[in-house]
Design a protein around this ligand. Structure first.
Ligand SMILES: *Cc1c(COP(=O)(O)O)cnc(C)c1O
Length: 430
């Protein structure tokens, strides 16, 4: 499969190159040259397929033949070694639980898939690849875990000091081996800016092979299509008019849903559910795209002021504002509303949602006001214990820690503090 740069000033490239480089030389995001819908048969019989079979059919056109069929099947199988259950709250609202992976974050799937692809491409190369990733919370743990022990790959994670939860911090600072955590005196946008700057810094790129593991990387972004397929498989016999409400930060997840829709998955509409970082909500109202510095919220994995995948969403809709408006609604909610929603979900449905899922729930409810015949699936993107303080405080109840979390909580944190780009560079040139 060929990929082109959305800045249109770089040559087309292979899947391998897109994965290894992350960004195109013109700083554009890569996008697949063609998207071929899957057969009607596939969707008609999807409930007879295993998750790994569905995933393979979904991703193969974007990866073959650079990773051969057998290897790709293994990668997919290995990536998806946990459940993706739907929990129905009522006849209009379900949640798709994406937190059953090793770090209990939906990013586990993308990170595991990408790590295995990079591992495959790297098996006969002696050059090391350095994966550089900025995290506002969940990415770090998922990437660190996904890449742990992968040969020829070093992972460097930048996270904003004091702005991720204790559990998240433990998950990204306690692994050791090929994983290093850099603790940045700043906010997430500072981390992301440093990473972007490193990719433009020839002194670095001439001496080392840098790549990203944020959702700008096609191998992190595309496997997220699987979620939407898995939800459809579980709901198709019961509901028509399936709508997804996606708690969005960098908009990689929702954009992958739109790719699944391009493949023919019958999704009626998307809802981008946002906290107070609302540039897309505003854009859909005003047609003005106005990136802003991020503000801190209790759903901190969505504290993004300038969502990197929005250009891909524009591309999918051929840069047509009307087409985008028809397919996407967006709502923005305050922390107070988010907490009220967590309480409501707990009281009305006896279900514990994390703050991101609760924002997704609010988006679903807002959409249902004008579309009562829809069935809205909000994605539950993190396990509630990853935001333990907020969750326990709001529902006024202790929650039991799952095993994945118990295993890191007593480990010793190891991080290197940096405060400017210079610090990052010094570390990398080590
Ligand atoms: C990363 C993340 C999001 C946002 O996903 P995007 O693909 O960046 O829009 C939402 N919820 C949680 C828990 C996350 O970690």
């Amino acid at each position: 499969m060929n990929y082109y740069s959305l800045n249109k000033k770089a040559p087309n490239t292979t899947f391998k190159n897109a994965v290894v480089k992350g960004l195109a030389p013109d700083k554009g995001l890569y996008f697949p040259k063609s998207i071929m819908p899957l057969s009607k048969d596939f969707f008609d019989n999807i409930e007879q397929l295993t998750n790994a079979e569905i995933a393979y059919e979904t991703i193969k056109q974007f990866v073959l033949p650079e990773i051969p069929e057998v290897e790709l099947k293994n990668i997919v199988e290995d990536t998806l070694s946990f459940e993706f259950p739907i929990v129905e709250l009522n006849k209009n609202i379900s949640t798709l639980e994406l937190f059953h992976g090793p770090t209990m974050a939906f990013k586990d799937v993308g990170a595991r898939f990408m790590a295995r692809c990079l591992g495959y491409f790297n098996q006969d190369i002696t050059n090391e690849v350095t994966v550089l990733v900025a995290t506002s919370g969940d990415t770090g743990g998922a990437v660190a875990n996904g890449f742990l022990g992968v040969k020829g790959v070093n992972v460097v994670i930048l996270y904003p000091s004091g702005k991720v939860s204790d559990i998240q911090e433990k998950q990204l600072t306690t692994l050791g081996q090929n994983i290093t955590a850099l603790e940045v005196d700043g906010v997430f946008d500072d981390c992301q800016d440093m990473v972007k700057r490193a990719f433009l810094d020839e002194e670095l790129t001439n001496t080392m092979q840098l790549t990203s593991a944020n959702s700008i990387n096609v191998a992190r972004w595309l496997p997220q299509m699987f979620y939407f397929m898995f939800a459809y498989k579980q709901l198709k016999s019961k509901y028509k008019n399936i709508v997804f409400s996606v708690p969005s930060g960098n908009f990689g997840n929702i954009c992958a849903g739109m790719m699944a829709q391009k493949l023919g998955l019958p999704i009626k509409h998307f809802i981008a559910s946002n906290n107070e970082n609302n540039v897309v909500t505003e854009y859909l109202k005003t047609e003005c795209y106005n990136p802003k510095p991020s503000v801190q919220t209790i759903s901190n994995a969505m504290d993004v002021g300038n969502p990197s995948n929005f250009v891909r969403i524009q591309e999918i809709h051929k840069n047509n504002f009307k087409a985008l408006q028809d397919n996407l609604s967006s709502f923005s909610f305050s922390d107070t509303e988010t907490k009220e929603a967590m309480l409501e979900i707990h009281n009305d449905f006896n279900y514990v949602a994390d703050p991101h899922g609760a924002v997704g729930y609010l988006g679903a409810k807002a959409y249902l006001k004008g579309n009562s015949n829809a069935h809205c699936v909000f994605l539950e993107t993190a396990h509630p214990t990853k935001f333990l303080d907020v969750v326990e405080n709001v529902i006024n109840k202790k929650i039991e820690l799952p095993d994945q979390i118990k295993s890191v909580i007593h480990k010793e944190k190891e991080s290197i503090k940096i405060d400017t780009y210079k610090g990052l560079k010094k570390y990398l040139l080590g």
